[in-house]
Write a protein that binds this ligand. Structure first.
Ligand SMILES: [Zn+2]
Length: 340
């Protein structure tokens, strides 16, 4: 018997459940995942955080560990009572510890928790805030080389304190993110995003220990150009687009680069934003007058492999984030916004 293990429960949106498992054939004939979705907030975001319940001590622990990330990532946390808080935390002791990933939190009703801290052992809050800023589980890294002993893991996690059914364990433990979906490139045994498991869970005898503080790679990664670099483009330095004007040309010059555009809708109405060209890019739209309110995201609704978002928008300022579909991809494209 192994000791009871408190495992973190990844919360995923219903429409994400099937997507990562599907593959299709891209132009090159290579299989690829249909929808890798960037979960990161816009670089430089100020994330509003609201506690739905919890004691002063519990809230203080959560606040302290959230700031572990803000010391390195170009993000700030604003703890308060904002009704439109981006991250909403409950401390329900019968619901384990979990968090939605990054911008997924914006897709939930505003009265629902986006994170639960049912226990606060060690660096649990730091780990869950890692998810809240868009980090996945380190053990999901395909470079980790873990061969799960599935019957043992399924049996252990079906018992207390997790009581997970097979599907839940398959998702939370066995599912390996496709290489397209993750930014990380090497397995970091010191990462706070790693969970502890015993050697009996793997066929090749690999065991891990829980990490209660950020590793040096965790710090480097969230401060790096693929996540939240202090030197990167932030909303105030975004490239300005004019509604109805000629299309702007841009390019993803380096793998992992994200371009940021800003436009002003001067009246309420239907707007369309799209890209053109041969580069397979992915689009996210935020606003109005907010860097964190995700309105929509799109991969291929436009011409060819281009994204297109059509939406009824209120007058205000909007941000459009463009990244390559593949983390290793680069290329040029044009982008335009017009009224419909
Ligand atoms: Zn987790």
């Amino acid at each position: 018997m192994t000791a009871a293990r408190k495992m973190c429960f990844d919360r995923i949106l219903p429409r994400d459940v099937m997507r990562p498992l599907l593959t299709t054939t891209g132009p090159s004939g290579m299989p690829r995942a249909i929808s890798p979705r960037g979960k990161a907030w816009l670089n430089g975001s100020n994330l509003k955080v609201r506690f739905l319940d919890g004691s002063e001590t519990e809230q203080a622990t959560a606040r302290e560990q959230a700031l572990w990330w803000a010391d390195y990532a170009n993000l700030t946390f604003d703890f308060g009572d904002a009704p439109d808080a981006d991250i909403r935390i409950s401390f329900n002791t019968s619901d384990g510890a979990w968090s939605y990933l990054g911008t997924d939190a914006r897709q939930l009703p505003a009265n629902e928790a986006t994170m639960n801290l049912g226990f606060l052992d060690g660096g649990t809050a730091g780990h869950e805030f890692g998810h809240a800023i868009g980090l996945a589980h380190e053990h999901s890294s395909p470079s980790g080389g873990i061969e799960w002993n599935e019957p043992v893991v399924l049996a252990d996690l079906a018992g207390p304190p997790n009581f997970w059914d097979e599907a839940t364990t398959r998702h939370n433990v066995f599912f390996k993110y496709s290489i397209d979906q993750i930014h990380g490139t090497e397995f970091d045994p010191e990462s706070i995003m790693l969970y502890a498991f015993p050697a009996s869970w793997t066929k090749n005898g690999i065991a891990t220990h829980a990490n209660e503080i950020l590793s040096s790679l965790d710090k480097e990664f969230v401060a790096g150009e693929k996540m939240y670099p202090r030197s990167g483009t932030v909303p105030s330095t975004a490239t300005v687009l004019t509604v109805g004007a000629d299309r702007a040309t841009a390019d993803i010059g380096k793998p992992g680069e994200e371009d940021l555009f800003r436009f002003t809708a001067d009246q309420n109405g239907a707007y369309q934003i799209d890209t053109r060209g041969q580069t397979d890019v992915y689009m996210k739209l935020f606003g109005p007058n907010s860097q964190t309110a995700l309105i929509n995201e799109d991969d291929d609704s436009g011409y060819g492999l281009n994204p297109k978002i059509s939406a009824q928008l209120l007058a205000g300022d909007y941000y459009v984030q463009i990244r390559h579909y593949d983390n290793s991809g680069t290329g040029t494209y044009s982008i335009g916004v017009k009224r419909r």
